[in-house]
Design a protein around this ligand. Structure first.
Ligand code: GTP
Ligand code: SF4
Ligand code: MG
Length: 422
């Protein structure tokens, strides 16, 4: 489990004013000297990350942040970065010194409530305030369901309570990923995975969604075949009964659509991942909005990491070209990359998101919620590729709810054939 991908780990972020002991708590909870601690306010300047296996929660990432009361120009920037961390937080620790609770803490708590991020209030430095032990007050403006724990990063008191509280309040979504594919198959069902082995495929290995699909089908005791698109007809032909599901890479979806008889359900790895990572129905609604784009409309292309763009990059080059073709003219395209983001500008007519392999389900859901709140339809690359290929309805068939959302919002279908996509 130690090498669980970051996208599958619960993200726990530590917020609070400067010098309250956030970094000391990170070190105490992880049992390691991860972050620098000092009595100088403003010691932590950039978010610090530490992945570990934490009982009783499982694989987690801890994020230590700069104090939210930092001052001056630089301080403001640091505070902004800390707040951006909130957008990728599944559970927060709001740290104070003993029962000091002022406007900073109230504001922070209100913001966490607004973003629907569950949190624990940690009253740190309990060892230094024994004289008020009896009178340790619960903040007056906190709702009763928010745990308040007295702790000391120095003595270690309260740390287990913090761990247990995290496990208790962690969102179901972030703790228990839905199955990737096995729930779509009957008992001992047959799954055919179509994996193109072209020059773009990494040498000697498979990519994460492919490995996860194989593993999930084995966990679910299904029967899994893995073939390239060229072998697909032979693979289907050699089976006594039709397979229960064919899953392919988006880039060969037009070929696989052609070679998979209509009575055999098919979908793509991207669609599976869109459901695994977030709300597929919302992505399907966002795909319908792509069909309404007009020349001059603003589109945000959002990637969760800043990878080096290739010359035929899907997000930066191909999708914008296809969408402009669908819209019948130039679109105003903005590209944003990185794990941090600070909400959406409502003037975007669409947010087109990457697969988000480096962020968690909770983080993707937070992005989807933020887009929804700003009134920006949101979809992702995989869903958009199937739309422009004219096969979205077919690949959504295994997901009746998402299909009906798409059909309720759709106008015309995609731009048609594979030739159009060169
Ligand atoms: N007595 C006592 N002191 C603590 C405790 N936790 C932290 N401190 C001290 O408080 C000071 C600040 O600790 P940090 O962990 O650097 O605090 P921080 O919140 O990360 O500070 P910034 O990074 O500046 O925002 C240090 O001198 C710590 O030794 C605690 O539980 N008890
Ligand atoms: S899917 Fe998104 S997060 Fe994953 S590598 Fe591509 S751009 Fe980065
Ligand atoms: Mg610090």
């Amino acid at each position: 489990m130690n090498d669980a991908p970051k996208g599958l780990r619960l993200h726990i972020a530590i917020f609070g004013r400067r010098n309250v002991g956030k970094s000391s708590l990170l070190n105490a909870l992880t049992g390691q000297s991860v972050a620098i601690v000092s009595d100088m306010p403003g010691t932590t300047t950039d978010p610090v990350e530490k992945t570990l296996e934490m009982l009783p929660v499982g694989p987690v990432v801890f994020l230590d942040t700069a104090g939210l009361d930092d001052v001056g120009e630089l301080g403001k920037l640091r505070t902004e970065r800390s707040l951006q961390v909130m957008r990728r937080t599944d559970v927060a620790l709001l740290v104070t010194v003993a029962d000091e609770w002022g406007a900073d803490e109230s504001g922070l708590a209100a913001r966490l409530v607004e973003l629907k991020i569950p949190f624990v209030v940690v009253q740190n430095k309990a060892d230094a305030a024994p004289e008020v032990e009896a009178g340790f007050a619960r903040p007056h403006d906190l709702s009763a369901d928010i745990p308040v724990i007295r702790a000391s990063a120095h003595s270690g008191s309260g740390l287990n309570e913090i761990r247990e509280a995290i496990a208790r309040i962690a969102p179901e979504d972030a703790m228990h990923q839905p199955a990737l594919v096995s729930d779509l198959l009957p008992e001992k069902g047959v799954l055919v995975l179509v994996v193109p082995i072209d020059t773009g495929a990494p040498k000697g290995r498979l990519i994460l969604p492919q490995v996860q699909a194989i593993r999930d089908s084995l966990d679910g005791r299904k029967i899994c075949m893995v073939v390239t698109e060229e072998e697909l007809p032979a693979a289907i032909g050699c089976l006594k009964n039709p397979p229960d599901l064919v899953v392919c890479d988006s880039q060969v979806v037009h070929l696989v659509n052609r070679d998979t008889p209509a009575h055999i359900p098919m979908t793509t790895f991207s669609i599976l991942m869109a459901r695994f990572k977030g709300d597929l129905s919302q992505m399907a609604r966002g795909a319908a909005a792509l069909q309404r784009l007009k020349p001059g409309d603003r589109v945000l292309i959002q990637e969760a990491c800043s990878h080096h763009a290739q010359k035929d990059d899907i997000g930066r080059i191909k999708l914008p070209r296809w969408l402009q073709k669908m819209a019948g003219g130039e679109l105003e395209i903005t590209v944003a990359a990185g794990k941090e983001f600070s909400g959406y500008d409502p003037t975007f007519k669409t947010v087109l998101h990457c697969g988000g392999c480096v962020i968690t389900r909770g983080q993707m859901m937070a992005r989807q919620r933020a887009a929804d709140m700003a009134g920006c339809p949101m979809t992702n690359y995989g869903v958009a590729i199937s739309l422009v290929q004219g096969v979205l309805q077919r690949v959504l068939e295994p997901f009746p709810e998402a299909l009906s959302v798409f059909e309720a919002h759709t106008g015309r279908s995609g731009i048609g054939s594979a030739q159009d996509l060169r």
